[in-house]
Design a protein around this ligand. Structure first.
Ligand code: THU
Length: 131
C-alpha cells in the first residue's frame, strides 16, 4: 500500500475522533506486514491524562487482534478539517512504536499534498528498553 493511500485512511479515521476538549482531531492508519490496516483516532477524557492518542489506538487495536509485525503508520491531525501541517507522534506513542517495531518502521506525515516519511530510528533513536 502506498504512503498516499495510508494517509487517506488516516484522514478518514479523524472522523471518529472524540476530542471535545482539545478540538484537535488525530487519525492514524497502521499497515501490518500481512497487508491488513488498523486505523485509530484520539479518544479524550474529562480526566485529561486518560486520553489515548490516535497512534496508540491503532497499535492497541492491531495487537488486540493478534498482529505483531508492522511496516508503517500514517498520522494526520486537524483542528479545522484541513491537513496543512504535520502532526508528529508524541513521545509516549514513539515508545509504544519502539516496543513492536524495528528501526526501519516508517512514520508517514502529511503537510497538504507533501508527504514526509521518517524511520522510527530518526524519530526515536534511544528508546527505553528493559533488556
Ligand atoms: N494526540 C494524538 O492523538 N497523537 C499524538 O501523537 C499527539 C497528540 C492527541 C491527544 C489529544 O487528544 C490531542 O491530540 C491534543 O493533544
Amino acid at each position: 500500500m502506498s504512503d498516499n493511500e495510508l494517509i487517506e485512511i488516516a484522514k478518514k479515521a479523524c472522523e471518529n475522533s472524540y476530542s471535545p476538549y482539545s478540538k484537535f482531531r488525530v487519525g492514524a492508519a497502521l499497515l501490518c506486514k500481512d497487508g491488513s490496516v488498523f486505523s485509530g483516532c484520539n479518544i479524550e477524557n474529562a480526566s485529561f491524562g486518560a486520553t489515548n492518542c490516535a497512534e496508540r489506538t491503532a497499535f492497541f487495536s492491531a495487537v488486540a487482534q493478534g498482529k505483531r509485525d508492522f511496516l508503517k503508520i500514517a498520522v494526520v491531525g486537524t483542528s479545522d478539517g484541513r491537513f496543512n501541517s504535520v502532526t508528529p507522534p508524541c513521545g509516549i506513542c514513539r515508545q509504544v512504536m519502539s516496543e513492536f517495531c524495528g528501526k526501519d518502521f516508517r512514520v508517514i506525515l502529511a503537510e497538504n499534498d507533501n508527504l514526509i516519511s521518517l524511520a522510527l530510528d530518526e524519530l526515536f533513536p534511544f528508546p527505553f528498553c528493559d533488556f
